[in-house]
Design a protein around this ligand. Sequence first.
Ligand SMILES: [Ca+2]
Ligand SMILES: [Ca+2]
Length: 234
Amino acid sequence: MRAGSGEIRLDGILDETAWQSAAVIPDLAQQAPRPGEPTPFRTVVRVLADSRNLYFGVTCSDPDPTRIAVHTMQRDGSMKGDDTVSIVLDTFHDRRTGYLFEVNAAGARLDGLISDPNVSDVPLDWDGIWDVRTSVSAEGWVAEIVIPESRSATGRAIARLVEPLGSTVITAANTDYDAGTSLAELIAYEGKRFEAADTNHDGRITVDEMPRGLAGDEPAAAAPAAPVAVRTGG
Ligand SMILES: [Ca+2]
Ligand SMILES: [Ca+2]
């Protein structure tokens, strides 16, 4: 597997040369229990792509790795209470459907197809072809993820994913005003943004209707790489 200048060995350790040149999303925001506030549980996402695959390297800092929790090793098992990383790819670029990829710290996989942003539980019937390895260290844990490009998105679409999670988004999406913003709330929030942008209500977003910063004529390099990594549990 080529990724830039080096090969990626899927072992949960981001020591390949290619990771040094990966796009970095350094500032994911806390969503729970205190949305938007600084946290020692820092999550840094690195993204690589080659002609066949997308790679995500997710580094989850944890001040006390002995408390990293995992309750399942099963595909699509309940990860409630687990330390997990979730990535949603808006591969149709309609901001309401997409693929959900979630892994826990032990490397168990959960995946599903988000077809209706108004439904809180993502159906998990879809089992994608993708893989992950995780590693745990004194600093926390790391997930090294590969997703074949044909099953996910083009590099250009990746740059136009759901907006980066920031405190504004998290606060706006937290409709029940509890301590945290759930994935279901985030999906519903994106659905509402879609409805708001779709001014002629035909179920499609044209370039003219796209929110500022998402119009098709922007330079690709200026678009932030923005997969959403939602860290739950722990
Ligand atoms: Ca590796
Ligand atoms: Ca599944």
